[in-house]
Design a protein around this ligand. Structure first.
Ligand code: ZN
Length: 102
């Protein structure tokens, strides 16, 4: 998974295309990311009994990773990720400016 929690990403598809947001959660199993405040949908909850009235809740729907692109914190451009080895550790680098992303 190239995208990590806390990364700034640009949305490539869907109703929030072109906007940027911070990755709030990464779901490895489904290769999805949840971006705080983006791809929001309202969900209507039915009332459940007398004490729980129905309500409308706003949820952030996940994006598949293919629909977001990382924004490099250094050159501020939407970029692809490359990898480099540093003291036996794999680090992510920006393909455009070579900045270390982690
Ligand atoms: Zn860069």
């Amino acid at each position: 998974m190239k995208i990590k929690k806390g990364d700034l990403v640009q949305i490539l598809a869907g109703k929030d295309r072109g906007r940027q947001g911070k990755v709030e959660r990464v779901v490895l199993k489904t290769q999805e990311v949840v971006i705080a405040g983006l791809n929001q949908y309202k969900k209507h909850k039915k009332p459940q009994g007398e004490n729980k009235p129905g309500e409308i809740v706003v949820i952030d729907r996940p994006y598949t990773v293919a629909k977001v692109a990382l924004v490099c914190p250094k050159c501020k451009q939407q970029t692809r990720i490359g990898y480099k080895w540093s003291e036996d550790k794999k680090i992510r680098v920006c393909r455009k400016c070579d900045a270390v992303i982690d």
